[in-house]
Design a protein around this ligand. Structure first.
Ligand code: ASP
Length: 600
């Protein structure tokens, strides 16, 4: 080996030893009589010190030719430093070299290879191999490695088998487009890359494997939203002879294990929330419950909920004449949140919030606020329409205390809930209630089985077509398909969906009925999924499973927002690998061989 030690391991205990270390030149300081080299490898940095006057000329000459990122090997004596550096673990020692060998030179790197770099995203991605030398990137990949090892440890102890499933397959519908691969030997035919190993893991259950997992690449050709990768990794799992409860417990155990071992955190038992409650109280199927701020409805015409928004002093009995607030009057839903302790928000801050909700992505037409001042008075942006007594009633509905700020949106119910969900998250951020190092994990359960799509005018599977309806809801399939609940669940951490799965259909007739509901003809269903439905005829056991988004789970554990930083060679937001420049054109010969004629 070209080293006896790494650059990160030398301590006082090594003083007096002759060692050889190898690595990259992080920096060089030449003070004339003294010359220092910081040598870096994956494990840390060691300081090499040369007293130029007392050292052989060749050694000093070599040292003076070095540049940043040269790869060198140094043999020398470990000594105690005069002035210690307590910022690095090797800061007590330095090495006096007898020999420096240049293993390779380097051109000047296009950005500084330090924790805080001057390189922007694009340049770092183009030279990702240099970016990988930086501590933050390295640490993220080390975390990823640990997460993978600990996932395997946990599942292995529970008898799960890691089984590889094919990558060249046939389409599985998970709601995205497939990436396809042309077949040279079967011209005009294509493989699809798996959006997930869904059907294979179910077939493994039919095959008697009873507990399967795989840390596996999946591919989805989606229009790339920020922070989506066309290829990503799942911890994919399936179990036979289980009910929903068993899956929830087993995989709560997995995240608990990961938090404990990887982060040293004991997380509290995961709470469970139905999809219906998630939508009602948070406007969102993956609520961030690090903070409360639940929605309070003032008016909901579809549910005939108490109508508190009609100004009381304008009621018939009061005899006072005046106008009701037209926006609330017309709205299907009037709904709000109470931001604790935010009554002192300035006009400017409130205007910012109004601008925020009016942005096209959020789409609210305006924001109504009521400040419950600490002196007990309430002032609102609709004082013209509501008197203090009306506003006090709102305060009671919101459980607001003096010092709180009530924020209200009104309009069409779905849009308004969605907008308020964004406003809630924004307020959570502004009030610093979303600390990255606090983890709130929970399950969202009882998802609807189907979702109506206005564009295609048909039902779509909310999870995927293999998800089983709740047995008690099956009879509703023929009456009100939209109200059928599924045995489907998501795990949510800090408002991020980290995993999802379901108990599966394992009966051929029910699976066929499901395809029918989704608009497949019998022939189409047989052509695409005949293999699965046929397998169900050979004694398929009851089964269910889950898959976690591994990249996202790693980024959450790393306290970061972007998954790209946890992938060694990620693609950019347009799905390109800018380092190898892919996707790229292929040669005419390749096209001919594949029988592909490109449109001009
Ligand atoms: N295959 C599903 C997914 O990728 C997960 C599951 O149902 O197990 O979301």
């Amino acid at each position: 080996m070209l080293r006896t030690h790494t650059c990160g391991e030398l301590r006082m205990a090594h003083v007096g030893q002759t060692v050889t270390i190898s690595g990259w030149v992080q920096g060089l300081r030449d003070k004339g009589s003294l010359l220092w080299i910081d040598l870096r490898d994956r494990y840390g940095i060691s300081q090499i010190t040369i007293e130029t006057e007392n050292s052989p000329k060749e050694l000093v000459d070599i040292a003076r030719t070095l540049g940043r990122e040269y790869v060198i090997s140094v043999t020398g004596n470990v000594a105690e430093r005069y002035s210690k550096n307590n910022k690095i673990p090797t800061g007590d020692i330095e090495i006096y070299p007898d020999k420096i060998t240049v293993l390779n030179s380097s051109v000047i790197p296009p950005f500084t290879i330090e924790d805080e770099t001057d390189g922007g995203d694009d340049i770092r991605m183009k030279y990702r191999y240099l970016d990988l030398r930086r501590n933050p990137v390295r640490k993220n990949l080390e975390l990823r490695h640990r997460m993978a090892i600990e996932t395997r440890n946990y599942l292995d102890k529970l008898n799960f088998l890691e089984v590889e499933t094919p990558v060249l397959i046939k389409s599985t519908p998970e709601g995205a487009r497939d990436f396809v691969v042309p077949s040279r030997m079967n011209q005009g035919e294509f493989y699809a890359l798996p959006q997930s190993p869904q059907t294979f893991k179910q077939l493994l259950m039919v095959g008697g494997f009873d507990r399967y997992y795989q840390i596996v690449k999946c591919f989805r050709d989606e229009d790339l939203r920020a922070d989506r990768q066309p290829e990503f990794t799942q911890i994919d799992c399936e179990m036979a002879f289980v009910e929903q409860e068993d899956i929830l417990n087993t995989f709560e155990g997995l995240v608990r294990h990961l938090f404990k071992i990887v982060k040293g955190i004991d997380i509290p038992p995961l709470t469970r929330m139905t999809y219906a409650d998630a939508m009602k109280y948070y406007g969102n199927d993956k609520p961030d419950i690090r903070f409360d701020m639940k929605f309070v409805e003032l008016k909901n015409t579809s549910q005939n909920s108490p109508l508190r928004v009609y100004p009381e002093h304008l009621s018939k009995e009061s005899g006072v004449r005046g106008e009701a607030f037209p926006i609330f009057d017309k709205a299907e839903l009037v709904i709000g949140i109470c931001a604790k302790g935010a009554a002192d928000y300035t006009r400017k801050q409130l205007d910012e919030l109004t601008e925020f909700v009016k942005r096209p992505q959020i789409g609210a037409s305006g924001l109504v606020y009521a400040r419950y001042n600490s002196d007990g008075t309430i002032k609102s942006s609709v004082d013209k329409f509501y008197n203090e007594a009306d506003l006090k009633k709102w305060a009671t509905a919101f459980n607001a205390q003096p010092g709180d700020l009530i924020l209200i949106l009104a309009g069409e119910k779905h849009k308004t809930r969605k907008a308020l969900s964004e406003l809630r998250l924004e307020m959570g951020t502004r009030l610093e209630l979303r600390d990255k190092n606090t983890y709130a994990c929970h399950w969202v359960i009882d998802f609807p089985l189907l979702e109506w799509n206005d564009e295609t005018q048909r039902w779509h599977a909310m999870h995927h077509p293999f998800t089983s309806p709740k047995p008690e809801d099956i009879e509703l399939l023929d009456i009100t398909p939209g109200t059928v609940r599924a045995n489907a669940y998501d795990m949510v951490i800090n408002g991020v969906e980290v995993g999802g799965g379901s108990i599966r259909i394992f009966n051929k007739q029910l699976q066929a009925r499901m395809f029918e509901l989704l608009g497949f003809t019998k022939e189409q269903a047989q052509a695409q999924f005949g293999f699965l439905m046929n397998a169900f005829e050979f004694g398929a056991p009851p089964h269910g499973g889950i898959a976690f988004g591994f990249d996202r789970l790693c980024s959450l554990f790393g306290g970061a927002d972007v998954i790209r930083d946890f992938i060694a060679f990620p693609k950019n937001n347009s799905g390109r690998d800018v380092m190898i420049d892919s996707p790229s054109v292929i040669s005419q010969e390749q096209l001919d061989e594949l029988g592909i004629v490109l449109k001009k």
